[in-house]
Design a protein around this ligand. Sequence first.
Ligand code: GLV
Ligand code: MG
Length: 299
Amino acid sequence: MLGKAAGLPADQVFLDLEDSVSPLAKVGARANVVAALAGGGWGERTRVVRVNDWTTQWTYGDVIAVVEGAGADLDCVMLPKVQSAEHVVALDLLLTQLEKSLGLEVGRIGIEAQIENARGLVEVDAIAAASPRTETLIFGPADFMASINMRSLVVGEQPVGYDVGDAYHYILMRILMAARTHDLQAIDGPYLQIKDVDGFRRVAGRSAALGFDGKWVLHPGQIDAANEVYSPAQDDYDHAELILDAYDYYTSEVGGMRGAVMLGDEMIDEASRKMALVVAAKGRAAGLLRTSTFQPPKD
Ligand code: GLV
Ligand code: MG
């Protein structure tokens, strides 16, 4: 699996020491993770290790083993089941000591915080603000569903009997608000039915529509769908670039210094530019190429 992961078109790879590793294998797994990171070959992918959460006996040992063994080859530590700002601060302090003692750049290793239970969600603003290392908030649907006693065993799907909307809406929005308030990425968690790519697409589509930046994939078969769902459609990308060019032109001296103008049937202004910037940035990040250009009107 590790060998295969290095060649897949995913933006990030995370190597797990937490829930996919059985308790008896946890300590031994650290060396596998170190070897995989230090062995290189990950290209541009963000390299992340998920350690065990602070309520276990493994967290400090995971962090020390991984950073001592492969700190220079690690971009972020993912901290699961974060329940308070102190959890993030504790990791930040440990990373800082390790970086100092190993001669690594202090503060380079980032933190990805998983929000996976009721307490984590209630504390999400403080968690998001707890450390400048924090880059990402991640929704952990499986643990979350268990934590609130949600009546379903199918992660991401609507619980039976809930027929009036999306049972995850509040959680997703709460995490998204905290992420945007503190300039962090918002990432959706796993979809466990790995053969059901339509199901993956459906669930991913909801968080993508709200503004989430991406979603975990558990299997190579989910990657194309994820890249597609979280990237803008070509038409929307073209339209966003058009709005940006048009707005630049019309607000300039030669374009008449106008702040609100018609672009086709649509009025555009500064708020349109901001919306277009979001879509254009996502399209550029996804490697889309524009298929049309803005033509200033001839006088
Ligand atoms: C992921 O860790 C989850 O609990 O969904
Ligand atoms: Mg979890």
